[in-house]
Design a protein around this ligand. Structure first.
Ligand SMILES: Nc1ncnc2c1ncn2[C@@H]1O[C@H](COP(=O)(O)OP(=O)(O)OP(=O)(O)O)[C@@H](O)[C@H]1O
Ligand SMILES: [Mg+2]
Length: 123
């Protein structure tokens, strides 16, 4: 497996309660696999991509890429890793998203499609 998560959790502390965006995610992705993560709004897709891309720290659990747990990397190593291996199109930047949703809207009379894209290159 080129990419694994084990018991991955991301909990956001809100004022009086905790939002469990990820609550024990195990995934296994093989080298060369092309993967889409699908789920209803708020189910944690963007949160998961942020964890896989090393953009945010998990509450607990592990992201393991090419047998290296990301949590073992120093901040400098993570920066280099992201620069060399990660491509990320953010959902909220509205670049692809607007043009994509206008196409969808034209054809389907629906506007609500939002995407995040994560590309991981392992050499
Ligand atoms: N920074 C944050 N602080 C607090 N709660 C957050 C934060 N980011 C996400 N959440 C919450 O975590 C949950 C998962 O959010 P996330 O954005 O990962 O969902 P999503 O599947 O990407 O949704 P969408 O399809 O709308 O993009 C939601 O309940 C959201 O409100
Ligand atoms: Mg999202």
């Amino acid at each position: 497996m080129i990419l694994k998560t084990r018991k991955l959790k991301k909990h956001y502390a809100q004022s009086e309660h905790v939002v469990k965006a990820l609550d024990g995610v195990d995934i296994d992705i093989k080298k060369g696999e092309f993967v889409s993560i699908v789920g209803k709004s708020g189910s944690g897709k963007s949160t998961l991509l942020h964890m896989l891309g090393g953009l945010d720290n998990q509450t607990s659990g592990e992201v393991i890429i090419d047998n290296t747990p990301l949590s073992q990397m120093t901040s400098d190593e993570m920066t280099i890793y992201r620069r060399r291996n990660i491509g990320f199109v953010f959902q909220s930047y509205n670049l692809i998203i607007q043009s994509l949703s206008s196409v969808i809207d034209f054809h389907q009379k629906r506007t609500l499609i939002r995407v995040s894209v994560l590309k991981i290159r392992i050499t």
